[in-house]
Design a protein around this ligand. Structure first.
Ligand code: BTN
Length: 326
């Protein structure tokens, strides 16, 4: 853990109170002058930290930037997801950065954020627009001990984590559309792109790419997306602090990742089914050139959607483009 992370943990731990320089210096094993120097650096990044000669330091406000040390301080209890966090000002796609890290044998749990992406991508070859500081654009490296067929479990885990974090941080309750869309009042606010490197019988690594439209105003979306996309700010009616939301998502992901690696996917699936607007609906699912129409009945143990077709057959669907039918 870096010194900045530890300073931010101590400041946050004090809430609206002060932490004395002496206490910090003792806790961190560095001089008071060194602490002062780090506080100055944090101030340059936009952290408003009050200093009083008698009482010490107090955190007044934090900027709406993504700062790896700060994010680490917010998820310090996590076991796997977010134990290593990296932030880039701009990348082509955070999924590509994580793919390189995976090939370099970096440990699972690393999370790469970018303030903007020049070539963000969505599912089914779509573009994902990722303007600077308006949203959360990040990817998580996992090495789950699962068969490739069960990879959809991780998309489901990411969707439920997003659901809970968005609800808890913004107060707005979203909906999940299978397998990877998070909607508010029918408009998309977040999505998950799961990319896999696998052999026939096991997953080498899996990348969860997550995009959340956070602080755009309606007119900041390109005209062709305005009817189908929205942001958390537009729905909650207030600016959302991205680092708080990011930390909430990583905490939820870490918790559910631990649940499914202990073979407890059933619990996640139960929760998911309750929050998923797809279950119980008539759906049309485009899979390549084929369209399956029917009634979405449930999720199976691998995270696949079970659809009763109009011919009465139960089809197991592991991906595709879902449209909810009236
Ligand atoms: C979708 O709904 O189609 C999935 C969108 C996923 C977007 C995220 S943003 C971070 C990561 N990097 C990418 O290029 N894509 C994912």
């Amino acid at each position: 853990m870096t010194t900045d992370t530890r300073i931010l943990i101590a400041l946050r731990g004090a809430g609206t109170g002060f932490v004395s320089g002496a206490e910090l210096s003792q806790q961190l094993g560095i001089t008071r002058a060194a602490i002062w120097a780090r506080i100055e650096e944090l101030r340059k990044l936009g952290y408003d930290i009050a200093a009083s000669p008698h009482q010490g330091y107090r955190l007044i406000s934090v900027p709406d930037v993504l700062h790896a040390d700060d994010l680490l301080s917010l998820v310090q209890g996590n076991k796997v997801v977010g134990r290593d966090i990296r932030v880039f000002e701009e990348t082509a796609s955070t999924n590509d950065v994580v793919e390189k890290l995976a090939r370099d044998r970096v440990k699972e749990g690393v999370v790469v954020f970018a303030e903007s992406q020049s070539k963000g991508r969505g599912r089914l070859g779509r573009k994902w627009i990722s303007p600077p500081r308006k949203g959360l654009w990040f990817s998580v490296l996992l090495r789950p001990n699962l068969r490739p067929q069960a990879a959809t479990q991780l998309t489901v885990v990411a969707a439920t984590a997003l659901f809970r974090a968005i609800r808890d941080v913004t107060g707005v309750t979203p909906e999940i559309k299978w397998p990877n869309d998070i909607l508010i009042k029918g408009r998309k606010v977040a999505g998950v792109l799961t990319e896999l490197s696998a052999e026939l019988d096991h997953i080498n690594h899996l990348i969860l790419g997550i995009g959340v439209d956070v602080n755009q105003t309606a007119t900041e979306f390109p005209p062709e997306l305005r009817k189908t996309a929205t942001s958390l700010k537009a729905e909650a009616g207030r600016h959302i602090h991205r680092a708080d939301l990011a930390a909430a998502i990583l905490r939820e992901l870490d918790r559910d990742y631990a649940r499914i690696t202990s073979l407890d996917f059933a619990k996640v699936a139960d929760e998911w089914q309750q929050q998923c607007t797809t279950i119980g609906q008539r759906v049309a699912i485009q899979i390549g050139d084929r369209v399956i129409q029917g009634h979405a009945e449930a999720l199976d143990d691998d995270g696949a959607l079970l659809v009763r077709t109009q011919y009465g057959r139960l089809e197991r669907v592991i991906g595709g483009d879902v449209t909810l039918q009236k």
